[in-house]
Design a protein around this ligand. Structure first.
Ligand SMILES: Cc1cc2nc3c(=O)[nH]c(=O)nc-3n(C[C@H](O)[C@H](O)[C@H](O)COP(=O)(O)O)c2cc1C
Length: 200
């Protein structure tokens, strides 16, 4: 049985093993029956393992318009962790509720994440969630992530990761830097990064 919340209404130990489905968790339960431990803490710990292994609900919102580089990265991450993927143009503030982990991605334009992402996030008073940021840029640099991380932290978010990679840069069909990026290696790094967040 797949639950969507930790044993609602149970203040003491949970004697039903209905949250625990993986072989590892089953093994733990056999060795330490929850009914015998009387431990709510243990129960919650096992539930946290369950969520990370099986059902961490992830949303990725991104802006990409120049060479669609950021879209490639966002898609690779979403496929790797079975995340919901939304273009910022399609996202509404209420869409961010109900997720355990939210990623915000953008190309870097004149030194910044795209303004549409700021417009969306500024409509949300509090964002007390695990979040991560990612970007593609002509010259990837952590300085580009900083203002977005500060905005998220100011809303109560825990920024649990950041990822950046080179993106082909150019306009009107011309490319003057990073031709072919993000390439397969970049996308592999993006997948590994996203999986790392889910596994904790
Ligand atoms: C209008 C514009 C401004 C840019 N400004 C920067 C910049 O300040 N720093 C940088 O490293 N790259 C810059 N770039 C390169 C982009 O960040 C890079 O091509 C990125 O991968 C584009 O993402 P996208 O294809 O998802 O839109 C700029 C590109 C454009 C089109």
């Amino acid at each position: 049985m797949v639950p969507d919340s930790p044993c609602p209404g149970k203040q003491g130990a949970c004697s039903e093993n209905h949250h625990l489905t993986s072989p590892l968790q089953t093994a733990v339960v056999i060795r330490i029956p929850l009914a015998e431990t009387g431990s709510r803490t243990l129960h919650n710990h096992l539930y946290a393992i369950y969520r990370r292994d099986n059902s961490m609900n992830t949303l990725i919102i991104y802006k990409s318009y120049s060479k669609m580089n950021t879209e490639k990265v966002a898609k690779a991450m979403a496929e790797a962790v079975n995340a919901t993927l939304k273009k910022v143009e399609e996202a509404k503030p209420e869409d961010l509720t109900g997720y355990d982990l939210i990623g915000i991605g953008s190309g870097i334009y004149a030194g910044k994440y795209h303004k549409d992402l700021y417009k969306l996030l500024e409509k949300i008073p509090r964002l007390e969630k695990d979040m991560f940021v990612f970007s593609t840029a002509g010259s990837p640099d952590e300085k580009y992530e900083k203002p977005m991380k500060e905005l998220l932290a100011g809303k109560g978010a825990r920024v649990v990761g950041e990822f950046r990679c080179p993106g082909a840069a150019g306009l009107l069909g011309l490319t003057w830097a990073n031709k072919g990026h993000p390439d397969e290696q970049d996308l592999g790094r993006a997948r590994t990064f996203a999986k790392g967040l889910i596994k904790g």
